[in-house]
Ligand binder design. Structure first.
Ligand SMILES: NC(=O)c1ccc[n+]([C@@H]2O[C@H](COP(=O)([O-])OP(=O)(O)OC[C@H]3O[C@@H](n4cnc5c(N)ncnc54)[C@H](OP(=O)(O)O)[C@@H]3O)[C@@H](O)[C@H]2O)c1
Length: 283
């Protein structure tokens, strides 16, 4: 794999290339080797977020891992305790976000990569039967939480010429019955990503929207209120996207040279494609 750009590994490669030969044991060079870069991954307790965090940790990054379920974050951090900081908060709670950022240890305070992954779908009912509280929770999490954390981290990302990766969805672009507010929230994430690119013009900060199709995580379990049978039925006979597939995309984007911006990546499993429009006929 080509490793350059933001990857912590790239800096080491850079020094190796500068030497014009194999790595040298010059103490000055060892002293010059920069410390790992830092990524902030939300929703790191499960699915995409956990796989992204694991992939970045394996690549040498320093990680701030965030979600509500503390025990899951503890388990993840146990693999790389020196390079993990746990920021356990509900992303709908802006005071908790502020407190978590204020409590970042000095060696985790400079953020090079923000992965806005925390999110959820709740319910599949058509709009007239939908639960308004679930609609509000999706908006509070997928939109308000995401923009609140992003806004708070923008000064640090600008200072570091960093990268923002937002996890959107194909639901941002392709409607389906019962997708209503979930799809709307993801359309926001995709468009917000493009808007950020415009506003961050000239800062060197890069922004990518990752838009996956059907992936097997805890997503459907959450959406159906813990209905394992419904989740199993959805994925039966399908080879869905794996969380590791999306983690690989994030690692690749972060490895690109600083002059390249991937605007969006839309990925679906081969088993998933498009169906036609529905037509309601009178009489
Ligand atoms: N799976 C798919 O088919 C699919 C497709 C396209 C896009 N996506 C998107 O991918 C992202 C990750 O979902 P996933 O598929 O990996 O589902 P998942 O396994 O259910 O993971 C969702 C993550 O979001 C976190 N989260 C949810 N509500 C939160 C809150 N209020 N505060 C803090 N963290 C919260 C969860 O952590 P806690 O519960 O511990 O807080 C969990 O770590 C979401 O944005 C989702 O919309 C998923």
């Amino acid at each position: 794999m080509i490793v350059a750009g933001l990857s912590p590994e790239s800096s080491d490669n850079f020094h190796t290339r500068q030497s014009g030969g194999p790595p040298q044991s010059n103490p000055l060079q060892i002293a010059m080797t920069p410390s790992p870069k830092t990524a902030f991954v939300t929703g790191a307790s499960s699915g995409f977020g956990r796989a992204i965090a694991q992939r970045l940790l394996q690549a040498g990054w320093r990680l701030i891992i965030s979600a509500r379920r503390r025990e899951r974050l503890d388990a993840l951090a146990a693999e790389f305790p020196e390079r993990c900081h746990i920021a356990c908060f509900d992303i709908r709670d802006s005071a908790a976000i502020d407190a978590a950022l204020a409590g970042l240890p000095e060696n985790f305070a400079n953020i090079d990569l923000l992965v806005n992954n925390a999110g959820l779908a709740l319910g599949t009912a058509p709009a007239p039967q939908a639960d308004l509280a679930q609609w509000r929770q999706m908006i509070d999490t997928n939109i308000t939480g995401l923009i609140t954390l992003t806004h708070a981290l923008l000064p640090r990302l600008i200072e570091r010429k960093g990268l923002i990766v937002n996890i959107s969805s194909i639901a941002a672009h392709y409607p389906y019955p019962g997708g209503n507010v979930y799809g709307g929230s993801k359309a926001f994430v995709s468009q917000f990503s493009l808007g950020l690119r415009s506003d961050l013009h000239g800062t060197g900060v890069r922004v990518t929207s990752i838009e996956p199709g059907m992936a097997e995580t805890e997503f459907t379990l959450v959406r159906t209120g813990g209905n394992q049978a419904a989740s199993d039925a959805l994925y039966a006979g399908v080879t869905p996207i794996r969380a590791e597939d999306i983690a690989e995309q994030v690692a690749w984007i972060a490895s690109l040279p600083a002059h390249l911006n991937i605007n969006r990546i839309e990925t679906m499993p081969v088993n998933q494609s498009f169906a036609g429009f529905q037509v309601h006929r009178e009489g």
